[in-house]
Design a protein around this ligand. Structure first.
Ligand SMILES: *Cc1c(COP(=O)(O)O)cnc(C)c1O
Length: 369
């Protein structure tokens, strides 16, 4: 029997039709070089590559499951207690741990509010967990009535704020209502992957008030460390203890812990704040310029490190940018985001380059017609 038919015979039923997450990296791999260097504006990564030191003295040893210095530093940064802090392989692993700890395969469900981050549904589906949807309203606010109809039917509610890919903050009052409606019924997971870019305050300060609140964070975006895979889950100590039941014994490699610790030091935090300020300023400029192009409609908001916009010529524009080694992200398959593209804010050169390329594309379009 061939391996392919053996796999066919053995593979879990729920995985047979599952498509792996189309990450920006999977869609386009390979770097290019020199003139042909790819401009990655498709994965909401930081344009800054910062320097770190590495001490190799203990690389022969298994690392701590939860490196105390990293936990302590992040807890302090987030304004929570170390017991309320868990670190994992990116926020993505936090999502997975929540699903594994609280949902029984073939039985339980989660709730998502699309258009939103794709990994909640994918992670659920890989474990044969159902996915209920309460689509966002036309203005991308939460549909509270739709969310409330799921009380008692789902174990986890995923809310992304600022939301990827709409760039919108979820209103405080709206989230309070969700937390209230699900009190004693389900965990409400607020994904704050982009919290550093927005003026909105974090929900981390509210853990004491809402026992069913979980906050997800990451070093992948504002901290410019997508490459080390380091995220955090903030929640009541009882929730953290439940997640520790299912986490791998050594989820955080020693070099990751060393780099995270430096990123969370006083000077590391200051550097992140400076870089966030630069990105936010560049974002404003790019957004303003894009808004002047008649064929472009800005969509949602820009509370994170990206801009979402709509254009009838979505595919032609996307292809024209690819031809110039500029990669942005097609979001048009997401619910209610027809013809939408998302641009991650890059460095000054890249932002000018993508703006010029888009302006030129539409100039040519209008002179052709
Ligand atoms: C990027 C992103 C994540 C994943 O973060 P990692 O820490 O890199 O796994 C989680 N949530 C949202 C909304 C994101 O955009």
């Amino acid at each position: 029997m061939s391996a392919a038919s053996l796999v066919e015979q053995l593979l879990c039923e729920n995985l047979k039709t599952l498509q792996p997450y189309q990450s920006a990296r999977r869609l386009f791999s390979g770097e290019g070089s020199g003139e042909n260097q790819t401009n990655w504006l498709n994965a909401n990564e930081s344009p800054f590559a910062n320097e770190y030191e590495l001490n190799c003295e203990t690389l022969n040893r298994y690392p701590d499951c939860q490196p105390p210095s990293v936990i302590k530093a992040y807890a302090q940064y987030a304004g929570v207690k170390p017991e309320q802090t868990l670190t994992s392989r990116g926020a993505d692993e936090g999502i997975e741990l929540l699903i594994r700890a609280f949902c029984t395969p073939g039985q339980d469900k989660i709730l998502i509010c699309p258009p939103t981050y794709g990994m909640y549904a994918i992670s659920a589906e890989t474990f044969n967990i159902g996915v209920e949807k309460a689509p966002l309203n036309a203005d991308f606010s939460l549909d509270l009535d739709a969310i409330k109809t799921q009380v008692g039917k789902v174990k986890l509610v995923f809310i992304c704020s600022p939301n990827n890919p709409t760039g919108t903050d979820v209103g405080k009052e709206q989230l309070k209502q969700v937390l209230g409606a699900y009190a004693g019924k389900a965990l409400v997971v607020v994904d704050e992957a982009y919290i550093e870019f927005t003026a909105q305050s974090s929900w981390a300060n509210e853990l004491a008030q809402y026992p069913n609140l979980v906050v997800l964070r990451t070093l992948s975006k504002a901290f410019a460390l997508a490459g080390i895979r380091c995220g955090f889950t903030l929640a009541d100590e009882a929730v953290i203890q439940a997640l520790l039941k299912v986490i791998a014994p050594y989820p955080v490699p020693e070099p990751v812990a060393q780099i995270a610790k430096q990123a969370l030091s006083g000077s590391g935090l200051q550097r992140t704040r400076n870089q966030v300020a630069i990105i936010n300023q560049q974002k404003q400029q790019l957004q303003q310029q894009l808004g002047l192009i008649p064929q472009v409609t800005l969509v949602g908001d820009s509370a994170a490190n990206f801009i979402l916009f709509k254009t009838e010529q979505k595919q032609a524009l996307f292809d024209a940018l690819v031809a110039q080694n500029i990669l942005i992200r097609d979001q048009s398959k997401q619910l209610n985001l027809d013809n939408c593209l998302r641009i991650t804010i890059g460095n000054d050169r890249q932002n000018k380059m993508v703006l010029n390329a888009i302006q030129q594309f539409f100039q040519q379009e209008s002179s052709n017609s």
